[in-house]
Design a binder for this molecule. Structure first.
Ligand SMILES: [Fe+2]
Length: 374
C-alpha cells in the first residue's frame, strides 16, 4: 500500500519571519542601488598602512566591556558577540576589533544601529581600518557616497542575480585581491534579508586552510606568487549590461604571494581564490591549473574550518579579508529582497610568508605531532 505524506504546515505564529514593510517597499530606500555608466574614479594609489590591531590591548577590555555573551560559531572561524554596539566603540575599541577580527576571521554583531547613523558616521568608523575602496562596477546609493558598495537583489532589480545565470553563485574569494593593497578589516551591514531564510555568507579560514596542509606541502607553497585579475568581472559587467555597464576604474592585475602573513597576528594564510587568482608565476599552465584546482577545492570543501553567518536587519559582519575566504549563497526565492552595504578598507601590501626549513609549525600542531606526521 502506498502511503501519502503531506507537509505539516507550521503555525504562522511559531514561524520566525524577518523584518519587511507591509507594502513591500524597501526598509532602507536611501540605500537603493544607483548605476551611472559615465562615472569614473581615480585609484587610491600606494599608501602607508599601519594596522590598528598593532595598538590593541590583547585583553580586548575596551571592545568587550559591555559584552554579555561571546559565542564561537566554529572552532577555527567566526564568533558572535552579544551586547556590543559598534557605533559606540572608542578608538581603542576599534583597535581591538581589528585584532579580534584577525584572530577569529569573522565577527557577527546583531541588533546594531550602524545602518541608521548615516553615511558619514559609518565611513568615519570604518576608515579607522584604512582608506575606503571604491568598487569598479558595483552600485552605490543614489544620494552619493561611492564608498558604500550596495548589495541588492529584488524583483525590481535582478542585475546581480542575472549575472550568475548559468553558473554557481557559490564562489569562494577574498574581496578585491587584484588591488595592489587589498582589503583588510571589512564591514557588511544587513539592511533587509529574505523573509524566511537564506542569503547567508559562507566563511572559510584561510589560516586553517594553510595549517591543515602537510608540512612538506606547506614548504612547497612558500615563496610562490600568483597573478590576480578582475578581468572576468569586467567582462561579465560589459556582457550583461552593454551600454549601461559601469566601468569606473581600469582593469586590475596584480602579483601576490600564495601564502601571506598577517601583519598583526603573524599567522600564515593561503591567499589564492577561484574568483581572482589566474596562475602561479613561473609554472607552466597545466602545472598552475593543477595546483590551483587543488587549493580551490581545499578551501571550498573543508567544512571543518568553515562557518555560516545568518543575517537579520541590523546584523553587521566584520571580517578580516587577509585570513578568511567567503562566498554568497543566493539560495532564497528569486524576487525576494536582500539588501546590504559593504564598506571596504584597503590594508597592507600582502606580506609573503618566510621560507624556512623547519618553522616548528608541525610540532605546534598537537594532532599532527601526536600522529607522528611531522
Ligand atoms: Fe565578496
Amino acid at each position: 500500500m502506498t502511503q501519502t505524506v503531506t507537509a505539516v504546515p507550521v503555525a504562522p505564529k511559531a514561524k520566525a519571519v524577518r523584518a519587511k514593510n507591509p507594502d513591500g517597499s524597501a526598509l532602507y530606500p536611501e540605500y537603493l542601488p544607483f548605476y551611472d555608466p559615465l562615472e569614473k574614479v581615480e585609484d587610491i594609489g600606494e599608501f602607508q598602512h599601519f594596522d590598528p590591531g598593532h595598538r590593541a590591548d590583547p585583553t580586548l577590555s575596551n571592545l568587550l566591556s559591555t559584552a554579555t555573551k561571546v559565542v564561537d560559531l566554529s572552532p577555527h572561524v567566526g564568533t558572535e558577540v552579544f551586547g556590543v554596539q559598534l557605533s559606540q566603540l572608542s578608538p581603542a575599541g576599534l583597535d581591538e576589533l581589528a585584532v579580534y577580527a584577525a584572530q577569529r576571521g569573522a565577527l557577527v554583531f546583531r541588533d546594531q544601529d550602524f545602518g541608521d547613523i548615516g553615511f558619514e558616521k559609518q565611513k568615519e568608523i570604518v576608515r579607522h581600518f584604512g582608506p575606503l575602496h571604491i568598487h569598479g562596477w558595483a552600485p552605490h546609493p543614489a544620494g552619493g557616497s561611492p564608498e558604500h558598495m550596495i548589495i541588492y537583489d529584488h524583483a525590481d532589480d535582478l542585475r546581480v542575480r542575472k549575472s550568475w545565470k548559468g553558473r554557481s553563485p557559490v564562489q569562494w574569494h577574498s574581496d578585491q585581491t587584484p588591488e595592489p593593497q587589498p582589503p583588510g578589516t571589512t564591514f557588511i551591514c544587513m539592511l533587509e534579508s529574505p523573509e524566511a531564510a537564506g542569503g547567508d555568507t559562507l566563511v572559510s579560514s584561510s589560516v586553517q586552510a594553510y595549517k591543515s596542509l602537510s608540512p612538506r606541502f606547506r614548504k612547497r607553497l612558500e615563496g610562490l606568487t600568483a597573478i590576480h585579475s578582475n578581468n572576468d568581472g569586467v567582462s561579465q559587467e560589459l556582457k550583461n549590461n552593454g551600454e549601461a555597464a559601469v566601468m569606473r576604474r581600469q582593469e586590475l592585475v596584480q602579483e601576490h604571494p600564495v601564502v601571506i602573513v598577517h601583519p598583526v597576528t603573524k599567522e600564515k594564510a593561503l591567499y589564492v581564490n577561484p574568483v581572482y587568482t589566474k596562475s602561479i608565476v613561473g609554472f607552466d599552465q597545466e602545472e598552475s591549473d593543477y595546483l590551483l584546482k587543488f587549493l580551490f577545492d581545499h578551501i571550498a570543501k573543508r567544512q571543518d574550518f568553515q562557518c555560516r553567518v545568518r543575517y537579520e536587519t541590523g546584523t553587521v559582519l566584520v571580517w578580516d579579508q587577509r585570513v578568511v575566504h567567503h562566498s554568497q549563497t543566493l539560495d532564497y526565492p528569486a524576487g525576494e529582497r536582500r539588501h546590504a552595504f559593504r564598506l571596504t578598507p584597503l590594508a597592507n601590501k600582502p606580506i609573503p610568508a618566510k621560507v624556512e626549513e623547519d618553522d616548528g609549525e608541525c610540532q605546534r600542531d598537537v594532532a599532527r605531532a601526536q600522529l607522528g606526521l611531522c
